[in-house]
Design a protein around this ligand. Structure first.
Ligand code: PLP
Ligand SMILES: N[C@@H](CCOP(=O)(O)O)C(=O)O
Length: 462
């Protein structure tokens, strides 16, 4: 399998190269040149198999001969062994025709663990083989960072620097990043919001001298392997509700567009998905763009679902690439316009986007009300991100097709918001019960590329 950039100007890479490269050298994001297909029989054959077996069958065509069958199966087995639920991604019924896909049973209690635990194993196997060393730099609004630090802590051949927006993540998220004691992990509090963190990470990738000197790698969803790992649970959940014989729809709490794009890939592979609904919080740029065609970031407003406080949505570039029939020049032009403030999607591309994605938004009061109502009606305590999804799904779903809403994080990651909404304080699982007593290590930096690069060079000796 070969991987191409959304901007059409970067070298074509293998799976392993694309995984270790992160951002393409033309500033774009890698995507497989062709999307492998699962036939109806392939999908039907997933009934009753373990999550790990489904993961192997779905991901193998993308990974190709990077690893032997035994190696790749062992990687998958190690990745999901630490999950706290035998089903890995259990499905719960919320209401007639409305289901919740619980994606928070991994070690850091968010859906990011599905990809990050796998990527940790893939990186370790690949770097052991090559003897190379990498420096991972990531941006987080809270969950990617803790999942990355958990997946890479203590690995010999990897340093991890995670930039998070100072004061804009929950205390649990911050402590998950700042309390691991291994020397190879670094929690960096940046004075700015998530979009600033993500922009500095992309700046570092576009600074080729720095990139090559430190051996930069990325584990944000710019990394194709992140998206790929998330395709699996669309299949397993749909199959448990009757696919391929019955269509299902998904509502996905969305920020950087990686998770819902994984749903789109599942659909392109042949999974009968009726609708993919983008659910945004008050930072609703994606909903506005799909409604009006204009993509114009206008400042991030802090919310009680902080992981979705994003205005420059990285993977939307992959969706645009598809909507523009894989025209890299057109995508480059849009990204240039975005650099100057905003872009407008053409009518043809907007129609293509709307054929694949519906959208809705949920404000702060609605989020709190949904947490309260869902608990009262069903006994399910939602995190604010899941609540955004449930609210939008309730508005958008139809009686004919089952709706699956992705519950992307555990309520205990956002205890204050959940308690205000429901009156209940969600406890941390026993393995994390001493999180508040552990010592924190945080480095504060200005939103300044030079200062961040200097810090990374000093810490890595490059
Ligand atoms: C809990 C939670 N829900 C939803 C999202 C949005 O996912 P995506 O960025 O893949 O759209 C994030 C962050 O990515 C998250 O951490
Ligand atoms: N919500 C994310 C933001 C980064 O997204 P990613 O999927 O591109 O890594 C977070 O929690 O950090």
């Amino acid at each position: 399998m070969r991987y191409i950039s959304t901007r059409g100007q970067a070298p074509i890479l293998s799976f392993e190269e694309a995984m270790l490269t992160g951002l393409a050298r033309d500033g774009g994001l890698y995507l497989p040149e062709i999307i492998p297909q699962m036939s109806r029989a392939d999908i039907a054959a997933l009934v009753g198999v373990s999550y790990e077996e489904a993961a192997y069958r779905i991901m193998q065509p993308y990974v190709g001969d990077t690893f032997t069958e035994d190696e790749f199966r062992a990687i998958i087995a190690r990745a999901y062994a630490g999950f706290g639920h035998a089903a890995r991604a259990p499905l719960k019924q919320l209401d007639s025709g409305h289901f919740l896909l619980e994606l928070f049973h991994g070690p850091t209690l968010a859906f990011k663990d599905f990809a990050m635990q796998l990527i940790g194993q893939l990186f370790e196997a690949s770097l052991k083989r090559s003897g190379k060393r990498v420096c991972i730099v990531g941006a987080t609004s809270g969950d990617t960072g803790s999942a990355a630090i958990e997946a890479f802590r203590g690995l010999e051949a990897v340093d991890v620097f995670i930039l998070y927006p100072h004061g804009r993540v929950s205390e649990v998220q911050r402590r998950q990043m700042s309390t691991p004691s291994e020397d190879n992990v670094h929690a960096i509090a940046l004075d700015g919001h998530f979009d600033d963190c993500q922009a500095r990470v992309k700046d570092m990738f576009n600074d080729f001298e720095f990139r090559d000197a430190v051996g930069l790698a990325g584990v944000n969803s710019i990394n194709w392997a992140r998206v790929l790992a998330q395709v699996v649970y669309y299949f397993t959940s749909a199959v448990s509700l009757g696919a391929p014989h019955r269509k299902v729809s998904f509502t996905v709490p969305t920020g950087n567009f990686g998770d819902i794009f994984a749903g789109y890939i599942a659909k392109r592979m042949g999974l009968p998905i009726d609708r993919l609904v983008v659910a945004t919080n008050q930072n609703d740029i994606l909903h506005r763009c799909l409604s009006t065609s204009e993509y114009k970031p206008d400042g991030v407003i802090p919310s009680i679902s902080p992981s979705m406080d994003i205005q420059v949505s990285s993977n939307f570039e992959r969706a645009l690439f598809e909507a523009y029939d894989r025209d890299g020049a057109a995508v480059s032009q849009l990204m240039e316009e975005l650099g100057a403030g905003a872009f407008n999607v053409s009518q043809g591309a907007l129609q293509a986007l709307r054929e694949n994605y519906d959208s809705g938004r949920c404000d702060e009061d609605e989020t709190r009300a949904t947490i309260r109502d869902a608990y009262t009606r069903t006994g399910e305590l939602l995190c604010p991100h899941g609540a955004v999804g449930v609210k939008v799904a309730e508005e958008q779903r139809d009686a004919a097709t089952p709706m699956i809403t992705l519950a992307t994080a555990h309520p205990a990651k956002f205890p204050d918001a959940v308690e205000t909404a429901s009156g209940l304080h969600p406890p941390l699982p026993p393995a994390m019960s001493d999180l508040y007593e552990r010592e924190e290590r945080i480095t504060r930096v200005a939103n300044d590329l030079g200062a961040i690069e200097t810090l990374i060079r000093e810490r890595t000796g490059n």
